[in-house]
Design a protein around this ligand. Structure first.
Ligand SMILES: *[C@@H]1O[C@H](CO)[C@@H](O)[C@H](O)[C@H]1NC(C)=O
Ligand SMILES: *[C@@H]1O[C@H](CO)[C@@H](O)[C@H](O)[C@H]1NC(C)=O
Ligand SMILES: CC(=O)N[C@H]1CO[C@H](CO)[C@@H](O)[C@@H]1O
Length: 322
């Protein structure tokens, strides 16, 4: 009897130790990535051809997180190729970027991802050597599943799924590891909501789960081809979309929000380290806590209720602006 107890105790201690080591590993990796030097991280995505090379392709770069990436990467000396639908906004961001760094080139492709022309994009991208692809364009409609307006079901698929599939294919085909010295880095914007079920954001959550799995699968497929793929599962970033859902007096839904520049810098530091991450240290630590220490049975209903209120505000906003 005594021996059985001892063996049981030993097995439990070993299992406990493995669990603790995993948790410590996750924790210290978050801290380590936070202190990586961004310029050093990005060096391996650069080549010598500063005219044709070193392009960072960013979709939906005129607002929010996409613009954050454009600003950070311009500062780090990448040429920027933006794809977005609004010519005026593209122009404005272009002048901002050349002010941040007068040595870079900015190229614009005007395209609405709701009415895309991927053949045209493919032709245009052939002129450049791409270093980074930031699949950022996306939308976040939600609410009661059965009441979702028709136009939203199409935009979720066009923006959150189609755009990522086609652009990634174009950029990977365009990348020649034999002639390009630089590695290729691809960041897919997935979401925290793609890693845990989100009631009242069901459709959105599922598109993000798709993005998450595709990125992680491709990260395996391309690991020997000098291509780093990262599924970014971010949490709340202070953007126009989030502001629509968070009434001024509802500070709760903006807890732990970071700004787009912080989001971009935090995410880029994970390139080449992991195939998925929650990005910036603030988001990574919040998720670390939720994933490891809060039972899903407790968390998911609260998450669903937060989402219900959030989308109610967003959808009321839609009605008012119509
Ligand atoms: C990162 O490294 C670059 C040069 O490699 C250096 O100029 C810069 O100051 C470093 N940044 C930080 C925040 O340490
Ligand atoms: C990013 O995700 C999309 C699907 O969401 C996938 O088609 C694309 O290839 C991914 N990019 C990479 C290189 O993983
Ligand atoms: C399942 C469903 O509701 N599909 C609709 C999505 O939106 C398009 C465009 O409005 C409709 O044609 C579909 O019927």
């Amino acid at each position: 009897m005594n021996n059985i107890l001892k063996t049981g105790y030993l097995i439990l201690s070993i299992l406990g130790a493995i669990w603790v080591l995993q948790i410590l590993f996750q924790f210290f990796r978050i801290i380590y990535v936070h202190f990586r030097n961004l310029s050093t991280v990005l060096q391996k995505y650069k080549n010598d051809d500063t005219v044709k090379g070193n392009y960072a392709v960013i979709t939906g770069s005129t607002d929010g997180i996409g613009k954050g990436y454009a600003q950070v990467l311009a500062k780090e000396g990448f040429n920027i190729l933006q794809i977005s639908r609004n010519p005026t906004k593209l122009q404005n961001v272009e002048s901002e970027l050349t002010k941040i760094n007068p040595n870079i080139r900015v190229r614009n492709i005007i395209m609405d991802f709701e009415k895309p022309d991927y053949k045209m994009v493919e032709q245009q991208l052939k002129q450049y050597q791409i270093s980074l692809l930031i699949n950022n364009v996306g939308t976040g409609e939600g609410g009661n599943f059965e009441e979702m307006a028709d136009e939203y079901n199409e935009s979720l698929i066009n923006l959150n799924i189609r755009s990522i599939i086609y652009l990634t294919q174009i950029v990977v085909r365009n990348y020649n590891k034999n002639t390009q010295k630089n590695r290729l880095g691809i960041i897919n914007l997935s979401s925290f909501c793609g890693t845990l079920p989100q009631g009242f954001g069901s459709f959105y959550s599922a598109t993000k789960a798709f993005d998450d799995f595709l990125s992680r699968s491709l990260s395996q497929e391309y690991s020997k081809k000098q291509i780093d793929v990262l599924s970014l599962r971010s949490l709340v970033v202070d953007t126009p979309l989030i502001n629509k859902g968070s009434k001024q007096n509802n500070k709760l839904s903006k807890i732990g929000a970071i700004n787009p520049i912080q989001a971009a810098e935090g995410a880029l530091k994970w390139l080449g380290v992991a195939s998925y991450s929650n990005g910036h240290i603030s988001h990574s630590l919040q998720s670390f806590f939720v994933y490891n220490f809060i039972p899903q049975k407790l968390f998911l209903p609260i998450f669903a209720e937060q989402s219900r209120v959030f989308y109610q505000n967003v959808n009321e906003g839609h009605k008012k602006s119509m």
